[in-house]
Design a protein around this ligand. Sequence first.
Ligand code: MN
Length: 380
Amino acid sequence: MTDFGRTTLPYCSFVTEGAPHVGVGIGTQVLDLTRAASAIVPEHAELFADGSLDALMAAGPDVWHAVREALLAHQPASLLDDVELVLPFTVADYVDFYASEHHATNVGRIFRPGGDALTPNWKHLPIGYHGRAGTVVVSGTSIVRPSGQRRSPDGEITFGPSIKLDIEAELGFVVGVPSALATPVPIDQFAQHVFGVCLVNDWSARDIQAWEYVPLGPFLGKSFATSISPWIIPLAALEGARVEQPAQSPEPLPYLQGSEPWGFDLDFVVSINGTEVSRPPFASMYWTGAQMLAHMTVNGASLRTGDLFASGTISGAGVAERGSLLELSWNGTEPITLADGSTRSFLEDGDTVTISAVAHLARGEMLELGEVCGTIVGHP
Ligand code: MN
């Protein structure tokens, strides 16, 4: 298990004796908060009774901070070593953004050669689409290769297993506090609503996606599965990793201008079958989570506890900083080589993808954020 140290205090849900319990990561071990809450935070013990994070997430920042302070002061007597981690909260709605300028530029160059890499709207709003909440799965869940319609280079329409199965390394934001319908959430209310973050692998079937996405965006090429890390890192743990986002030009509209920096200095690592293939830097993201939250509610759409919104593929400027195989192999024209000598343009059956991340704190410390992994299983 990841070593979370003593101050990150990430939350999980794990199964013990057939029932889910809320856990807190301390070092490489787990504190059973469902069992220990009546001693550590008696006034909030009921929040952990059902074994998911849902009630804690809905309780809001004052309670989040009170529980965190109590955990920081607590001297744990008994910790668990090996636990079976499950999906830690009930995923309400799932939205995926497209917030990396380097990723969007690479994709534009691959799919629209000769045209403008970025679409005219890209620097005016964080582009996103609504994904499928019901197929968000916890790290370790096998990913069955999806089938669908594809168009071959000669224009033939066929049906079958995807031959361009890909990854997208992303950061996910988990909403705790809901909002009212027809009431936009101002950008500076980000920390009043967002409980924490997780790591996301937005599995993508590029051949299915390429044929279906015009004019309404991704559909079956994405909706078969999205993996998240089992550990939710509280926003408070990342306070020291906050940085200014890259300069934005043109200046965004007022509702997208916040008074606080909400970039994060996080480094991701993507590995396939144990070979590191990329190190995407989250600090290079053009749009912040706060801007995404403001944008996705500016029309009056309400938030629910458990809403998950992800950053979109994280890609930096460098070739080895690209967060998808589409970019790393330049749509299959430049396959990458793994440690065993085999090459990959896209994923093969049996491949295991692991995405991990660390946060760099201003005082020079590093925090582990855990990992999200999944293994590709051939279509039955
Ligand atoms: Mn994505």
